[in-house]
Design a binder for this molecule. Sequence first.
Ligand SMILES: C[S@@+](CC[C@H](N)C(=O)[O-])C[C@H]1O[C@@H](n2cnc3c(N)ncnc32)[C@H](O)[C@@H]1O
Length: 238
Amino acid sequence: MSNESDPFFEPYDRDEIAYGSVPSSGLQAYLDQVPGLDGAKALDLGAGAGRDTLALARAGYDVTSVDLSERGLQRVAERAEQAGLGTHVGTRVCDVREFDFAPQNYDAIVATTVLDHIPTEDAEKVWKRIVSALSPGGFLFIEVHTTEDPGSNQMPGLESDAPVSETAGQVINYFAPQRLVRLALQANLRVLRYEERLEWDYTHGAEHLHGKAILLAVHDGHYPEWYGQPAAFPRREA
Ligand SMILES: C[S@@+](CC[C@H](N)C(=O)[O-])C[C@H]1O[C@@H](n2cnc3c(N)ncnc32)[C@H](O)[C@@H]1O
């Protein structure tokens, strides 16, 4: 895929790869407490250059990274090889709307800022496929930009004069307050963590502000050993 048809080509082609190498903190907190079992399978949707893919692979998952950016996925493969995780990471250049989600097939499904890169109706269809592709003991980690983001065309972001991300033009579906958690509740998921917040981003381009919502959820009736973020009252070391 050429530079012209991939808006993320240049950010992923940099020596200092966009979004850096630190995984989403909400995802890492879960993986630290609940690592993948032998043979566990994960899907990283809109994987970019793979910071979350690598965290999943380090935690024991066999990961499929899906993205439209061929350059991003080349960097994922490169980084996985360098980390000695090459055999645990596979890449698929594919639109998440076209991906063939096998039912109850994945023990972890991560979608860090991709449902907000596609129109609302498409995001809701993909969301339903995500939920049905989750195994009974699996977890979802979803992150989206919200209307608090200064790139948003809706209030309150619309009136913010905070600096906007260099890639904000790719976000076309800012989530209103509570929208993401409502999707989870409507799908009868058990919400382990939901947060709406502002965050400064120093991982690419000039520093800028984001409005974000993050969701960590499992199927109703599933009780992983999750102590929260930060972990509250975990068992003390023996
Ligand atoms: C903001 S980046 C996030 C990358 C990565 N998840 C991270 O947090 O580091 C959004 C990513 O979504 C990808 N993307 C956007 N629309 C997509 C679609 N319809 N199908 C697959 N990937 C898509 C972009 O190519 C880009 O890599």
